[in-house]
Design a protein around this ligand. Sequence first.
Ligand code: WT7
Length: 648
Amino acid sequence: MSDAVYPVPADFAAKAHINAEKYQEMYAASVNDPEAFWGEHGKRIDWIEPFTKVKDTNFKLGEVSIKWFEDGVLNVAANCIDRHLPTRGNQTAIIWEPDDPNDPALHITYNELSEKVNRFANVLLSQGVMRGDRVVIYLPMIPEAAYAMLACARIGAIHSIVFAGFSPDALANRINDSEAKLLITADTAPRGGRRTALKSNADQALLHCSDKVRCLVVKHTGDQTTWVDGRDVDVKALMETASPDCPPRPMNAEDPLFILYTSGSTGKPKGVVHSSGGYLVYAAMTHQYTFDYHEGDVYWCTADVGWVTGHSYIVYGPLANGGTTVMFEGVPTYPDAGRFWAVCEKHNVNQFYTAPTAIRALMGQGNEFVEKYDLSDLKLLGTVGEPINPEAWNWYNDVVGKGSRPIVDTWWQTETGGHMLTPLPGATALKPGSATKPFFGVQPVLLEPQTGEEIHDTAAEGVLAIKDSWPGQMRSVWGDHERFEKTYFADYHGYYFSGDGCRRDADGDYWITGRVDDVINVSGHRMGTAEVESALVAHAKVAEAAVVGYPHDIKGQGIYCYVTLMNGEEPSEELRKELRTWVRTEIGPIAAPDLIQWAPGLPKTRSGKIMRRILRKIAEDDFGALGDTSTLADPSVVDDLIENRMNR
Ligand code: WT7
């Protein structure tokens, strides 16, 4: 780990919203009197009925309840659109950059955004979507994805976005779990010069759903698709005739804005529920302060709206702030590894936010791809999704940032709604690999993993938990509040448990060390190993499977699978390929196994529990440190696994 410290550049601090002194002062205020602090900052958004209560939160197991601004009434879409119209109707809200650089980019003004969202909202109403109904969005990175989100928000429907890389099965599960009324998809999705058949995936998914679910189709490429009359609806055609005026529905602060499914260590993905009021306040405030966003800046987050990063930092945060946000349809390496920088130059991007996995992939392609472009408009760089290794940080800093742009390494989660640990660029000295300090109102603690005791020494290591609520916190698991309590509040009483391990250095800076549960992080995508295992065992030739992560140069972690075949089945390269394809189809390409090892037996305790610690070590090629194997039912299986390991 690098010990380098990069002080805040004085010229940056001078112009920043928050400097070091102000951070200290505001942070102290935020934790000493959260009611007063958030009562004030809650006013950054427009309320139809102002709130009188600020905070009513309880982390006690069995009574977990999180409410912010609970009697306030607002509309999220009105906050992201309508309130900006008088002052910046002609300002660009969204710059859309298409997959193919030869196609024209779109500059969508706030006035245009307003018209599109109003029309879209009226289309939803015409399809019978009502307040509180769930709408699943399965779209690529096209403006209609933002229109659809905001149209739901406008009429009080709850959206649930499913990343377009997920399989029909994964899509069907999410439609069914949330009992959605409507699915919104597109014909096909260009990405990196290839096309994904989204509508055809949707067709397959809908075979497993109630026949009441209707399907709105955005004809984006115009590619031919099948059409089910009475179920499928051409949304663009309806938008043309729909009224451009749809009054925003007054919503309670605690009404859910969206559901987003995410993986945990056990069971099927959970529907993380986010609120309207607290979420928006938190997304907007973190966007402004973490990126030091100023009026007129062009801001680009390269995430997909299928992940929480896209929700908070492509759509809701930037638009609530009246910003200009870039939405990119393509991939970092198409047509070549210079695309990110070409787009930064083309649209004069001021703040650029991406994932370490992208940085690592691009850094291997050579500096000339960056140096070709004029990046002088860049003021700040950001990363999110996984720990960033110092090599990648240094490359980002030297080659992209020319050594003079702060890098904000933001730690947060689908569950937290917005940044939790992050430098504020005008206030915080940077250390490559450290997410540094808590955002306002966030009280991180390190706990002793076994006892749950809070560790008070400054320099320490433990599991990362949060002591008190913040407005962006998830409110529940959709349809299963008990699971919410069990997952986040049962292991360590009185705290929100993050699932991450963490070190705090002598300066009080936080360094995330990675998940301490069976969640892995592959190219910044979060995956439950249990999900991959259940996909594998669903294959007729597989008897048992255990999946762990292992260090991967570009992806951060790769997916390592130990597979025991059914009696009589023979291992072969062909079968390996077949299983890889199988998992891709069951979950989606992001879950495709990197390594599959044939395991005649798995290391189990006498009670039959698989000892994953051992499997992790073998996958890491670190079998010198296997620890105690004496409790295994058959210790000899370990020798076989080491002998035949894939990762050497
Ligand atoms: C997990 C959450 C929140 C947006 C993207 C991921 C890891 C996230 C960092 C970071 C080290 C990070 C954690 C966390 N993570 N950001 N800056 N440094 N680790 O959201 O899919 O909910 O995943 O991503 O392990 O728990 P997510």
